[in-house]
Every structure is written in C-alpha cells, then in structure tokens.
Write a protein that binds this ligand. Structure first.
Ligand code: SAM
Ligand code: ZN
Ligand code: ZN
Length: 226
C-alpha cells in the first residue's frame, strides 16, 4: 500500500509537550476541565502554532457556544482556495488570500478504510492518507470521495502541517486530519504538506521497492517522494 500520512515520525513528539497538553486516544475524558485545559493551550483566535499528538476541539458535550475558538476546524473551510494545474505535479491547491500562521485551512476528507481494506485496493493509491496509529490502523481514501484536500501536493519544505483533531468524543480512535498553516502563507502560494514517506520503504505487490521523484522545487528537496 502506498499511503502517505503521519508515519512513525510523530511518536517522538509525544514527550516534547507538557503532559497536560496530551490527551491520548482511548483515554477517559474528564467532562468539564478538558475544554478549559485545551483552551489555555492555544492563542485566542483558535490558531494552533505547532503540531501536537492530538488536539481536542470542544464537542457536543461542551457548554461553550459554536463560536468558541476551540471549535475552529470542525466548521470547515473558511479560506478561499483555488484548484490549479501545476507544471510538474498534476493538480495543486493555492489560497487566494493571505493565511496567518497557525490558521486552520482544510481537512483531508475521504472514505475511512481499515488498513486491510486499503491494502487490497489497487490503482488509485495516491489518495490514501494513513492515520498512523499502529495498533488500530486506519486509512483515509480520497480516491472516490473527498474534498479539495485530496489535491494538496507534497513538499520537502511544506507550508502546512497535518494535525489530528477530535471533537466527537465517542469515536476517539479515529481523528480528523486537519491542515494548519505552518507559516504565513501568501496569496497564490501553493499549499503543501510533508507526505512523510520513508524513502525505500514503499513496495509494489511483488515486494520491489517503488521510487517516485519529488518535484516540489524546494532548495531542501530530497529528490524523492518515496
Ligand atoms: C494526494 S495527490 C495530490 C494531487 C495530485 N497532484 C492530482 O493531480 O490529483 C498525490 C499525488 O500527487 C503527485 N505529487 C504530489 N506532490 C508531488 C511532488 N512533490 N512531486 C511529484 N509528484 C507529486 C504524486 O503523483 C502523488 O501520488
Ligand atoms: Zn469551547
Ligand atoms: Zn521535494
């Protein structure tokens, strides 16, 4: 399977944040202190300034209003985005307006597959996003159903990062994948994130290593997507 997404790379980040920032999947959720703890970890307009293992937005059980700044990504895309044809990487996505650092941009929407199902799918594997939980592996498949997030290309110097977000507390195993601006993004700048493939780890059905060249154009380009 050729799924991009959060690989093992995220695990090392878990300890980089103070314990009170971390709400691990499957843990029991305190009813009221949760939202106040989470509220205090973001700036006042709901921006998230660095990737966290998991972010809880306020959910149906919180008493705060829909306008709460910890309900940012659950309301969907607010920025004017444009699909455009790149020179070397098929379709890409750019913003028509300037995006402040930390802002929510859009979700990676698609059909949720268990990894076993994703593995038997052939063909359109470029739209798979691996949720990266090794014990409970799920993949988002945007080949047949999805949103504009499926057209966002990879860059070795990305301007967005993928953040796992939960707000429906009954389904803690399956976070939403939300893209946030990692830096100020200027109008018409292409939106990108790091697909996080491990070079020489993607194999075809015969077990042969698959290679794909990266055309992100950044000075730090590693030359390969995988
Ligand atoms: C999720 S899709 C992105 C949208 C795609 N460009 C399209 O036209 O539908 C992922 C595919 O886009 C292409 N792609 C994305 N980033 C790339 C990059 N930096 N270099 C080369 N190809 C890239 C690869 O074919 C990859 O499998
Ligand atoms: Zn709230
Ligand atoms: Zn590159």
């Amino acid at each position: 399977m050729v799924a991009h997404g959060h690989g093992h790379g995220l695990t090392g980040l878990y300890m980089a944040f103070p314990a009170f920032l971390l709400f691990f999947q499957g843990s029991a959720l305190p009813a009221s202190p949760l939202s106040s703890l989470v509220h205090s970890n973001n700036n006042n307009d709901g921006a998230i300034l660095e990737v966290k293992p998991l972010v809880y937005e306020c959910g149906p059980h919180c008493k705060c209003p829909p306008s709460c700044y910890m309900r940012v990504s659950q309301h969907g895309i607010k920025i004017k985005l444009e699909l455009f044809k790149t020179e070397s990487r098929g379709w890409g996505v750019r913003s028509l307006e300037s995006i402040p650092v930390g802002s929510f941009v859009c979700e990676y929407a698609g059909e949720l597959l268990e990894d076993k199902q994703a593995e038997v799918l052939t063909g359109k594997d470029e739209y798979l996003f691996n949720l990266g939980n090794e014990e409970d592996p799920f993949t988002i498949d945007a080949a047949r159903k999805g949103n504009i997030g499926r057209f966002i290309n990879h860059s070795c110097s990305p301007n967005m990062y993928a953040q796992d977000v939960l707000y429906e507390y009954d389904e803690t195993r399956i976070p939403h994948v939300m893209f946030f601006a990692q830096e100020v993004i200027r109008p018409l700048e292409e939106l990108t994130y790091d697909y996080n493939y491990k070079i020489d780890q993607v194999r075809d059905s015969n077990g042969n290593i698959k290679k794909k060249f990266c055309y992100c154009g950044s000075a730090e380009c590693s030359g390969r997507l995988y």
